[in-house]
Design a protein. Structure first.
Length: 74
């Protein structure tokens, strides 16, 4: 279950390297694998470039937090 907010003009567009840093150094190759498996944050394809909205990455992280909390509670 993903809750997404509408993008706004002040919602930064991030490169895979920036998302990697935001996620504590997750390898860019892992982000690519997550895109192909459709398990990571929603990515945008702008021309031949892959980008992520910061809000999409934050929503994905929130979802992972909820999954972890539910797992810990069971």
């Amino acid at each position: 279950m993903t809750t997404e907010t509408a993008p706004t003009a002040d919602d930064p567009i991030l490169s895979p390297a920036e998302v990697s840093a935001m996620l504590g150094g997750v390898p860019v190759a892992t982000l690519k694998r997550w895109r192909t498996e459709r398990t990571g944050p929603v990515a945008l394809h702008i021309g031949r470039h892959v980008r992520y909205r910061r809000s999409a990455v934050e929503s994905w992280l929130d979802e992972k937090d909820r999954e972890a909390a539910a797992w810990m509670a069971s």
